[in-house]
Design a binder for this molecule. Sequence first.
Ligand code: NDP
Length: 333
Amino acid sequence: MATSVPKTMKGVIIEKNGGTEVLQYKTDLPVPEPKEGQVLVKNDFIGINYIDTYFRTGLYPAPSWPYILGREAEGTVVKSGGGDIHGLKDGDHVVILAEGTYAEYTAAPAAKAAKIPDGLEPKIAAGALLQGLTALTMIRESYHVQKGDWILVHAAAGGTGLWLVQLLKAVGARTIGTASTQEKVDLAKKAGAEIVINYSHEDVKAKVMELTGGAGVAAVFDGVGKTTFDLSLDVLARKGSMVSFGNASGAPAPLEVKVLTAKNVKLSRPTLFNAIFTREEYEGYTKELFDVILKDKLDTRIHEVYPLSEVARAHNDLEGRKTTGKLLLDPSK
Ligand code: NDP
């Protein structure tokens, strides 16, 4: 028997760009109708990601107005739009990467819905998905990290940072993290970073050069952007890889390609959505991530589960650097 689906739902929309005041919590949004190849998912946990703030502020343009923010969630399949839905059925517990997840229901492409394996708590799956996949795909595809490599990770106690640190440890890399407070330094160390530099009072460049015997690091994973980009290039070794994957402090300034010649630097600007574009890529990497979490007992640190109605507080906390690990939203509140 088909699950009964209401006509309206709670959700968060924006009608213009701006600060957290543009986030509008509504209780009467229409429940979306899944199209062919889509499934309707009733969300239990919604992941907050920095990219949500870029769509809110306008750094990335919203594709339409009004716009429901959010890129990931965990929930239950309640309806299908028909067509190829990759063997999913009503009642399946899935993690999804889809637009419009800041709501009780999301119509998600079935190709980006993966079943949660036995033994993995839904909240953990929700907390791990997007940031864990980002870290996993980058250490493989942006720079294939090898055992013994020195690697620099900025914002090492953040959501994506803690995944990078743990996965780098698992491949035997020597990770140097950066963080702004002692609490964050301790967390990143516990997660597996060999050294964590508190950049509030330590000189990152001097410390990295000292640790690497003047050679610099094989790769930098830089999600901070504007304020760290030049420093990241500075501390790279000859033939090093600069992986610029985000803009937490603003977008990096335009760059003259010739600056890369100084050390034969390889520069990449990956986005997860292109790394897991096909069903095979999404399914393969998700399975690998969840397997490694279960097998190696990796820690999915949840900062807080915020009521959906308190989404503005969550964005303020994230942008105010008050958080460590993952922020989730509970759409029932
Ligand atoms: P985080 O949990 O890492 O939060 C951001 C952290 O960045 C802060 O806690 C803070 O850590 C640091 N930071 C440094 N300067 C600033 C600043 N001026 N304002 C705010 N934060 C600052 O967030 P996420 O893990 O969600 O995202 C991290 C980065 O990864 C973002 O740039 C995001 O866009 C990117 N990302 C990219 C993806 C991709 O596909 N390319 C996918 C997922 C994330 P501290 O206090 O220690 O400095």
